[in-house]
Design a binder for this molecule. Structure first.
Ligand SMILES: [Zn+2]
Length: 394
């Protein structure tokens, strides 16, 4: 089903020039004149006019999207040109949006280009996103990603997620109102400041955001014309070195603070301040009463061959991406049905992505009489940073 209401099509008629320009997609029965009219009235917001936003915006403009909004506050840097194909060498030092707007208008003057020359913040996100039917999240930082997710959940708009890292990328459609989870169902809290690498730190093969950005644009077009099966409820993972796509089923978390049955977050949070606040050590600190173990102490215990069981309480798709050798996967939601299989002697280490789900798991086990349960501080992310850089971060 299309996310564009039938009533909005009434005012739109395709001209002979339209029929010619868009003929190659109009001839597809899944699109036809009706779908092209939906594309013409659709309003798509690209958050970020960078590596993901460039290909998305170019192809959506080419497809005849009625209104294309762009949010970005940056200037073009020479190091952007390897992947941000909206810009050329002459644009270095200039406003990204000014240049992107000019390029997109030149590509297709029928598209109304709306430039939001700002960073998406808790102060402007609700107002900006309210004007659009669907959001393409092409952001490269966690505060924006959480903001985009939360505001889209509040406003019941699909948030098309994409991210790239070195030779890998992933995409999904977060739209709990259409089925499946939101981003927070998978990652309830942002990582601490400095813990997640950006493209500048980690590097990315230039074609990667091209592929992932176009998957995002494809999903936007499918939502608009109402054809096919979207990535709602699925995470698509792409590995360029192996040239493999893998797919993971995702479920909505009924305890999600934004889209759960009893949500606790109802308005955008100023994540910038939030993230810049407590230092990493405090962020990971468990409340009193839950014993913790550091990744260094865990490594020492493994090296000394001490009696130890390592339980990974993340979701299967995360385990596929990265794992600590020797760990056993029991997703948090299934932990209570596996209690009889767990040892009450030796150290029972609970581990997740950054330490918060495993803290919850440690509490469950302690309440069930496992006095040997301890929480791994900082989770697999800290393990990757401090112990084993071969374990991928995500
Ligand atoms: Zn959620």
């Amino acid at each position: 089903m299309s996310i564009i209401d039938q009533e909005r099509l009434a005012a739109i008629a395709l001209t002979p020039a339209d029929l010619s320009r868009y003929s190659r997609q109009l001839m597809l029965p899944e699109v036809n004149a009706d779908g092209q009219r939906r594309i013409r009235v659709a309003r798509v917001l690209c958050i970020g006019a960078g590596g993901l936003g460039s290909p998305s915006a170019l192809y959506l403009a080419a497809a005849g999207i009625g209104t294309l909004g762009l949010v970005d506050a940056d200037r073009v840097d020479a190091s952007n040109l390897q992947r941000q194909i909206l810009y050329g060498t002459d644009d270095v030092g200039k406003s990204k949006l000014e240049k992107a707007g000019a390029r997109l208008r030149q590509l297709n003057p029928d598209v109304q280009i709306v430039l939001h020359e700002a960073r998406l913040t808790s102060a402007n996100a609700v107002e900006i996103i309210a004007d659009y039917d669907v959001v393409i999240d092409g952001s490269d930082n966690f505060p924006t990603r959480y903001l985009s997710n939360d505001v889209c959940v509040f406003a019941r708009k699909p948030n098309i997620y994409g991210s790239v890292f070195r030779f890998e990328g992933q995409a999904s459609v977060f739209a709990p109102h259409l089925g499946g989870p939101c981003y927070r169902c998978l990652f309830p809290e942002p990582p601490p400041p400095g813990a997640a690498p950006s493209c500048a730190e980690a590097g990315v093969l230039g074609v990667l955001p091209g592929i992932i950005g176009l998957i995002q644009a494809t999903e936007a077009l499918k939502l608009i014309i109402g054809a096919g099966e979207t990535l709602a409820g699925r995470l698509l993972h792409f590995d360029a070195l192996k040239m493999k796509f893998r797919e993971f089923n995702l479920r909505r978390d009924p305890h999600c603070p934004v889209c759960g049955d009893q949500p606790t977050i109802f308005e955008p949070i100023d994540y910038e301040q939030f993230c810049a606040g407590p230092p990493a050590a405090d962020w990971f600190a468990a409340p009193e009463g839950v014993p913790t173990i550091s990744v260094r102490d865990l490594k020492a215990k493994i090296d000394n061959k001490e009696a130890l069981t390592l339980i990974d309480v993340r979701e299967p798709f995360e385990y596929e991406i990265a794992r600590i050798e020797g760990s056993r996967l029991i997703p948090l939601g299934e932990l209570e049905s596996h209690l009889s299989e767990l040892p009450k002697t030796g150290t029972l280490v609970l581990q997740c992505h950054s330490g918060s789900r495993s803290e919850h798991a440690s509490n469950i086990l302690r309440e069930a009489g496992f006095e040997n349960a301890v929480n791994l501080e900082g989770g697999i992310d800290a393990w990757s940073v401090e112990i084993d850089p071969a374990v991928p971060r995500y």
